[in-house]
Design a protein around this ligand. Structure first.
Ligand code: PMT
Length: 427
């Protein structure tokens, strides 16, 4: 397997600036997650951050020296502070305290963290964390507007109970959300526009799905019984949405057709919201042509012949009997479409004989690849964070161990990039 797309942030360098706040414990996990996605993470800690956690914890997790002071003879000899900010693909400030935001917004550079932010030529993602009154204070809001106008991105803060006992916005976002933001920002050009009079060669981000159109279905479908009731399933959309993120990160144009989920729309994709299998089928047909189709949605096989009005429970009457009719098989239709994508991939939710059942679906639906995952009791694949899959192809089989759905998505995108021929891109 080519190494290029194994991980969504492979070959990316993230400079993580850690401010002083209780949320610093999440930043430790952030380092772990970014490294798991292939990124190199260099950490800069402010003096206040060191009050909450020892630099040693970041050294251990990042496997890199932690940078702390502006005037360090060793650091300057090995890598000057300008270099540190320039060689990163992205700067992430987490936790971004009110004080750190204020200093950044006002161009102060009185320590290493703020100097790096002023000297950088890359985008900055701030993950604010502070008391609710500090967050809502007009001074902080003005600083945020200033930073946004300079091209900075923000993730969060979340709303909730604060360490100080108050309730409201101010909690640092969950690590998963910060990672999503980093992936989506890294999928775009992270270099800031050049100041007037400065010239530089543009950096070319090589990515294997640039120019490809990837069409993905995700989530459950809701099949109406009457105007107020429906039949659904347990799909959360996490696996399908993770694939959309991974495909965007690999440079693809992504269309995501999703059933009803509570997840936020992945950035940088065209997202089409549908409810029923029939709507999903029509949306898929309309979104073709594509280079790749990935059916991750748990599409209902049947729908109920819908009642025009709410079915009433009458005293003494027997329970209603529903007539089911078959839904269109979206995956099979795409596979035999005149506009058949170069790669048609299905997911198979199985509870037994995963590989055998997956192989049968591969043939019956005419697709090129089936990702068979075990949704049996206790697997927690429906709605959970992890997945374990067998990737069944006509000529081979790969069994992947249990992993984060995002990791599975990036591995699958890598495999897709390998299997696509260089020709035939549908822009
Ligand atoms: O959403 P999550 O909570 O993250 O869970 C992920 C998942 C378990 C939903 C996902 O990994 C998964 O297995 N998706 C496929 C679920 C499914 O419908 O499996 P199936 O074996 O019934 O269908 C096989 C394939 O046919 C699927 O690609 C499905 O999208 C497609 N299909 C099925 C019926 C139908 N009418 N039209 C279809 O296109």
């Amino acid at each position: 397997m080519g190494a290029k797309l194994t991980q969504a942030l492979r070959d990316r360098e993230i400079l993580l600036i850690v401010g002083g706040g209780i949320a610093v414990y999440k930043s430790l996990d952030l380092v772990r997650r970014l490294r798991a996605l292939g990124a190199r993470v260099r950490v800069v800690m402010t003096t206040a951050a060191k009050e909450f956690v020892s630099p040693l914890a970041f050294v251990s997790l990042s496997n890199e020296a932690v940078h702390e002071t502006l005037f360090s003879a060793t650091d300057e000899q090995e890598m000057g502070h300008i270099q540190l900010s320039r060689r990163a693909d992205l700067i992430v400030v987490a936790p971004a305290t009110a004080h750190l935001l204020a200093r950044a917004a006002n161009g102060l550079c009185d320590d290493l963290a703020t100097t790096l932010m002023l000297a950088t030529d890359k985008r900055i993602v701030f993950a604010p964390a502070m008391n609710v009154r500090m967050w809502t204070h007009p001074a902080t809001q003005k600083n945020i507007d200033t930073l946004r106008s300079q091209g900075a991105y923000f993730v969060g803060p979340d709303e909730g109970e604060m360490a100080c006992g108050e309730f409201g916005p101010g909690r640092m976002s969950e690590v998963e959300d910060i990672v999503d933001k980093i992936i989506s920002v890294c999928a775009q050009e992270t270099r800031l526009p050049l100041p007037r009079g400065v010239q530089q060669c543009p950096r070319i981000i090589g990515n294997d799905l640039i120019g490809r159109h990837v069409l993905i279905t995700s989530g459950p479908t809701h099949e109406a019984i009457d105007p107020v009731r429906y039949i659904a399933n347990r799909s959360s959309g996490r696996q399908g949405h993770a694939l959309a993120h991974a495909a965007v990160a690999a440079g693809a144009r992504v269309t995501l057709i999703t059933g009803p989920v509570t997840l936020a729309d992945p950035p940088a994709c065209q997202v089409i919201h549908v409810e029923s299998a029939a709507q999903m089928s029509a949306a898929v047909e309309q979104a073709l042509p594509a280079d790749v189709f990935i059916g991750v949605a748990a599409v209902a096989d049947w729908r109920v012949v819908q009642a025009d009005h709410k079915i009433k429970k009458e005293p003494g009457a027997s329970a209603p009997v529903f007539t089911l009719v078959e839904n269109p098989d979206i995956l099979a239709s795409v596979a035999k479409s005149q506009k058949r994508p170069a790669l048609v991939i299905g997911f198979a939710a199985e509870t037994q004989n995963l590989i055998d059942s997956g192989r049968k679906k591969l043939i019956a639906k005419g697709c090129d690849m089936i990702i068979a995952n075990d949704v049996g009791e206790g697997s927690e694949v429906f709605g959970g964070a992890n997945n374990e899959a067998h990737v069944i192809m006509r000529d081979s089989l790969q069994s992947w161990p249990k992993m984060d759905k995002m990791m599975l998505a990036t591995k699958l995108v890598e495999l897709i990039a390998q299997r696509l021929s260089p020709e035939g891109a549908n822009r």
